[in-house]
Design a protein around this ligand. Structure first.
Ligand code: SAH
Ligand code: SF4
Ligand code: F3S
Length: 417
């Protein structure tokens, strides 16, 4: 085999894992094909958070298997249901066994599903971006929310040693990286030795260099006062908090096994806004959880009006085998789920626009990602008047002149750094 193609589905964690897979394949002397059609080896990094995500990944794989490619499945579908894929895929790779990939491909190891798992974060990534890097700090989940497949796919929480994280970030900053996104399924439950997440953020913040720090995804139960203060006090840490609530109704939250109440969440967001009035607050929501009544859904609508999120990723409930909620009847029909999704989107559009209007007339820093497009520290997308490709990867100061729901527009100031 001479060339490979990696197709990635799912969240940022999967994108980051694919960067590590790529490094292993490059080190084996393979080269990257532009299209899957041209590759000898096709690796599909899958997501199983919803049935639709799983279907997309498996149909992609089936297509290339038919074309006679050597097909590897990895990611969340592969580690959740290895037996299901072993029958028709050339190799099922549990991402935690990444360092064994070369020997699996050379047929030197006979048990592709080794139970003994390695710290796959030890494998260096081939970063896909030259100025913004994903740095995983933990993986796995101990929370078992009743609807969610992640604990079955990613296993229990494992945090990466502080030294490894710091060394990776130091080297990124030395190489001119301007933004680091710390990743974890529950990033704020990070714990390695005596270092918890706020302590880790402080250590990273104290490193030399001009760079921004983002982090994803925080669980409300681990959003401590100490963490809020740390984000507020650390200059490099951006005031962008993604805090999934999932539902605004206490009965549903209980059925979801989320371990907090609507009141506790509201209190948290008040504390966050008190410490950081300019924070950008985003969330995840599931509509149509088994048994969710109109009345219960209305509590989520009320909560949306009260909190005024900047963004929300709204998901229609999808039954996942193995999870506790799979035993409950998925009784909110598709049409109703769609309707609830739309209703929330409408409220969100209003609050996002109102929040964005506060930027108009202000001069803000923007990290230019592509010609004419960038991100603020608060992770707002900005369309720039200046489309110069030499600005890509630079932080520029721009004046916001217009606010839309999902983006801001700006005129360029010349002071880039
Ligand atoms: N660890 C994060 C979320 C990880 S999964 C947290 O605790 O919030 C990403 C998102 O997918 C979830 O926030 C949820 O909104 C959505 N999701 C997970 N399982 C789902 C399911 N069975 N149906 C629909 N959406 C789901
Ligand atoms: Fe899934 Fe809940 Fe874990 Fe998030 S905290 S990954 S929603 S089980
Ligand atoms: Fe999907 Fe796995 Fe991420 S299920 S959302 S790729 S952790």
């Amino acid at each position: 085999m001479k060339s490979y193609f990696i197709k990635t589905f799912g969240c940022q964690m999967n994108k980051s894992d694919s960067e590590r897979i790529e490094r292993v394949l490059l080190d084996m002397g393979l080269s990257r094909a532009k299209e899957a059609d041209e590759a000898d080896l096709v690796v599909v990094n899958t997501c199983s958070v919803r049935q639709s995500a799983e279907n997309r990944a498996t149909s992609f794989l089936k297509n290339y298997k038919k074309l006679g490619k050597y097909c590897v499945i990895t990611g969340c579908c592969a580690s959740k249901d290895p037996e299901r894929f072993e029958k028709w895929v050339d190799l099922v790779l549990d991402i935690r066994n990444l360092e064994k990939l070369p020997s699996f491909l050379k047929n030197e190891a006979h048990k592709p599903r080794l139970r003994q798992r390695h710290n796959y974060f030890k494998t260096n990534p081939k970063y896909s971006n030259e100025f913004h890097a994903y740095v995983p700090i933990m993986t796995g989940c101990n929370n078992f929310c009743s609807y969610c497949v992640v604990p079955y796919a990613r296993g229990r929480e494992v945090s990466r040693p502080v030294k490894d994280i710091i060394n990776e970030i130091k080297s990124l900053v030395k190489n001119g990286y301007k933004a680091i996104t710390l990743l974890g399924q529950n990033v704020n439950s990070y714990k390695s030795g005596k270092t918890d997440f706020p302590a880790l953020l402080e250590k990273i913040n104290n490193l030399d260099g001009n760079f921004w720090i983002w982090f994803l995804t925080s669980h409300p139960k681990d959003m401590s006062k100490k963490l809020i203060k740390t984000v507020a006090n650390c200059k490099k840490v951006c005031r962008y908090i993604h805090l999934p609530i999932q539902s605004g109704n206490n009965e549903i939250l209980k059925k979801m096994n989320r371990k907090y109440t609507r009141e506790k969440y509201i209190k948290l967001t008040k504390l966050i806004k008190l410490n950081m009035p300019d924070v950008c607050l985003t969330t995840d929501i599931i509509v149509g959880f088994p048994g969710e009544t109109r009345k219960q859904f209305n509590d989520t609508k009320k909560l949306f009006k009260e909190i005024r999120f900047d963004m929300a990723y709204i998901a229609q409930y999808s039954k996942r085998p193995k999870t506790a909620a799979a035993k409950l009847e998925d009784n909110v029909n598709c049409q109703e789920k769609k309707r609830r999704d739309k209703e929330l989107t409408k409220i969100l559009e209003k609050s996002a626009l109102e929040n964005n209007k506060k930027y108009v007339g202000k001069t803000v820093e923007v990290l230019v990602e592509k010609p004419g497009i960038g991100k603020t520290r608060s992770f707002k997308t900005v369309k720039l008047e200046n489309k110069d490709k030499n600005l890509v990867g630079k932080i520029v100061k721009v004046k916001i002149n217009r606010a839309l729901e999902w983006c801001l527009t700006a005129t360029n100031d010349d002071s880039s750094r």
